[in-house]
Design a protein around this ligand. Structure first.
Ligand SMILES: Nc1ncnc2c1ncn2[C@@H]1O[C@H](COP(=O)(O)OP(=O)(O)OP(=O)(O)O)[C@@H](O)[C@H]1O
Length: 446
C-alpha cells in the first residue's frame, strides 16, 4: 500500500465513486468530499500529499480551493479535473499554481499516471521492524543483494512485507537517491497496464489527451517494483521481457526509443516457478527477473517479530497528542497465540481496532478483536458483514459483495475459476477482490 494520502473533491456522486475506486484499487489512501468547502474542512483536520479537484462546483469551487491552497498549503500539489468546455479556466488554474489538469472524460490510467507523476517522492526512511532470527538473516542477505544491480524476486504470502523489503533493497543500493516507483500489476486493469508501464503519446488511445511517461521512465536511474507480477497477462509479459532485454522502452503511439537505466524488482505471492512450468507465466521472463530470489515467510513462521511489530504499529497509530498505550499481559498472549493468516497487514488492522477501543494507558484482552478463524463458510457471511462494520471500512454494497463472494466460494467448493464464471468477473478481478478481503482480515477458504 502506498503511504500517500489523497484528497478527492468532486461534486458528481457517480464520478466521485468511480474515481475513488480507481485510486483505492491502486492502493492510494483517499478521502473524498463533494465540495471545496468540505475539502477545506478536511485539510484542517488531516494532512494530504495531493489534492485532486473538479473545477466547476457550487460555492467556492475548484479555483477558490486552489487559491486557498496557494495561501495555506503552497507546496501541496493540486491536480484539476475539468470538462472540455472549461479548459480555458484550467489553463488559468495552472497559472495559479495547479500542477496539471485532466480533461474529462479520461481513462483511469491517465488519472493514475498523473497522480504518480506529481506525488512528492517521500524519502521513506522507515526500516522494516524485525526481531526474529529468520527476519534478521533475510535483511542481512537483502543488504548484500542490494549492492549488486541484480533483479530480485521477492516471494511470500500476502501482507508479509514484500513491498517493505523491496524498499529496503532500494534504500541500501547505490540508487537510493533516485526514484523508487512501485506498480501493482494486479490493481491496474489489464488493458491499461501496458500504457501505465511504458507510457503513451498524446492520441495513442481514447482519453490520452496528453503524453504521459510510463513507470519505467519515471523510475529512470532508480528502481521499479513490479508488485504481483504473476497477475500480468502473457502478451504483456512478452513486451516486458523485450524491454528488460533491450533496456529501452517505446511509449504507446510513439516512435522514439528511450534508453533505460532501471533496476527491476518483482514480488509474487504465488508459486511463480510452478506457474512457469505450467505455462501460466513465461519461463524466459521468470529466469530474467528471478536472478536473486528472496522469501519473506508468513508472520507465524517468525513469531519473535509479532510483538515488536505490534508495538511499532501502536506507536504509528497513536495520536501525537496522547500517550502511547502498552499491551497488557493477556493482550500480548492473545497476539502471540493467533496464527495471522493475513500476516502483518492483519496485525495492523487488529492494532487499529485496539487503538479505537482501548481506554487509558493499557490495551487489554477485550481490545484485541481477532477475525474468527472459521469465518470461511457461508453461515459466517453475516460475521463477515459485522467485521466490515467494526472496521468501518466498507459501505453496505461492499459488505454485500463480500458476502456474495464468500457464499459463492462455498457453493463452488472453493474453485476460483467456477466462482469467477458464476459471478461474471475475470479470475484476475476475483483474485484481487479476495486479496482485499484477506487484507481486511476476512478469512477465505484456501
Ligand atoms: N517488517 C515490517 N516492518 C514494518 N511494517 C511492516 C513490516 N512488514 C509489513 N509491514 C507493513 O504491513 C503492511 C503490508 O506490507 P506489504 O505491503 O509490504 O506486504 P506485501 O507482502 O507486499 O503484501 P501484498 O502481497 O498484499 O502486496 C504495510 O502497511 C507495511 O508497512
Amino acid at each position: 500500500m502506498s503511504e500517500a494520502k489523497l484528497l478527492l473533491v468532486e461534486d458528481d456522486h457517480a464520478l466521485r465513486e468511480a474515481l475513488l475506486d480507481t485510486l483505492q484499487l491502486a492502493h492510494y489512501d483517499c478521502v473524498d468530499v463533494a465540495s471545496a468547502e468540505e475539502a477545506i474542512m478536511a485539510l484542517k483536520q488531516t494532512s494530504f500529499d495531493m489534492v485532486i479537484s473538479d473545477v466547476q462546483m457550487e460555492g467556492v469551487g475548484g479555483i477558490g480551493l486552489l487559491k486557498y491552497l496557494q495561501q495555506s498549503h503552497p507546496k501541496l500539489p493540486v491536480l484539476l479535473m475539468t470538462a472540455y468546455a472549461t479548459i480555458d479556466s484550467a489553463v488559468n488554474a495552472m497559472k495559479l499554481g495547479a500542477v496539471d489538469y485532466l480533461a474529462k472524460p479520461f481513462a483511469p490510467e491517465v488519472l493514475l499516471n498523473q497522480v504518480s507523476r506529481y506525488l512528492p517522492l517521500k524519502h521513506d526512511s522507515q526500516q522494516p521492524v524485525v526481531a526474529d532470527e529468520k527476519s534478521h538473516a533475510l535483511l542481512a542477505l537483502a543488504q548484500r543483494v542490494a549492492i549488486s544491480d541484480a533483479s530480485v524476486m521477492i516471494m511470500g504470502p500476502s501482507g508479509s512485507g514484500k513491498e517493505v523489503l523491496a524498499r529496503y533493497i532500494h534504500q541500501h543500493s547505490s540508487r537510493s537517491d533516485e526514484p523508487f516507483v512501485a506498480i501493482n500489476c494486479a490493481a491496474i486493469p489489464e488493458n491499461m497496464l501496458e500504457a501505465t508501464l511504458f507510457g503513451y503519446e498524446k492520441g495513442a488511445f481514447t482519453g490520452a489527451y496528453q503524453a504521459c511517461p510510463g513507470k519505467f521512465e519515471q523510475a529512470q536511474g532508480g528502481t521499479l517494483l513490479l508488485d504481483e507480477i504473476s497477475e500480468m497477462e502473457l502478451g504483456l509479459q512478452a513486451k516486458l521481457l523485450r524491454v528488460l532485454q533491450e533496456k529501452e522502452v517505446e511509449r504507446l503511439g510513439g516512435r522514439k526509443t528511450i534508453k533505460l537505466n532501471v533496476r527491476v524488482l518483482a514480488t509474487s505471492n504465488r508459486d511463480l516457478k510452478a506457474m512457469a512450468s505450467s505455462g501460466a507465466f513465461r519461463e524466459d521472463l521468470y529466469y530474467r527477473i528471478n536472478v536473486f530470489p528472496l522469501v519473506w515467510p508468513a508472520l507465524n513462521q517468525r513469531p519473535a517479530d509479532i510483538l515488536p511489530l505490534a508495538r511499532h504499529l501502536i506507536q504509528k497509530h497513536a495520536p501525537s497528542t496522547a500517550a502511547v498505550p502498552e499491551l497488557d499481559e493477556n493482550a500480548t498472549r492473545r497476539l502471540l497465540a493467533h496464527r495471522w493468516p493475513g500476516n502483518v497487514r492483519e496485525l495492523d488492522n487488529v492494532i487499529q481496532r485496539a487503538m479505537i477501543l482501548h481506554c487509558g494507558d493499557k490495551i487489554g484482552l477485550d481490545d484485541i478483536i481477532l477475525d474468527s478463524g472459521d469465518m470461511c463458510l457461508s453461515s459466517d457471511a453475516n460475521m463477515a458483514l459485522k467485521t466490515v462494520e467494526v472496521e468501518g471500512l466498507g459501505d453496505e454494497l461492499k459488505a454485500q459483495e463480500h458476502v456474495i463472494i464468500l457464499e459463492t466460494l462455498t457453493q463452488c467448493n472453493g474453485s476460483r475459476k467456477d466462482v469467477a464464471e458464476r459471478l461474471g468477473i475475470s479470475a484476475r478481478t476475483l483474485r484481487y477482490k479476495m486479496a482485499k478481503m484477506r487484507d481486511m482480515g476476512i478469512e477465505l477458504p484456501a
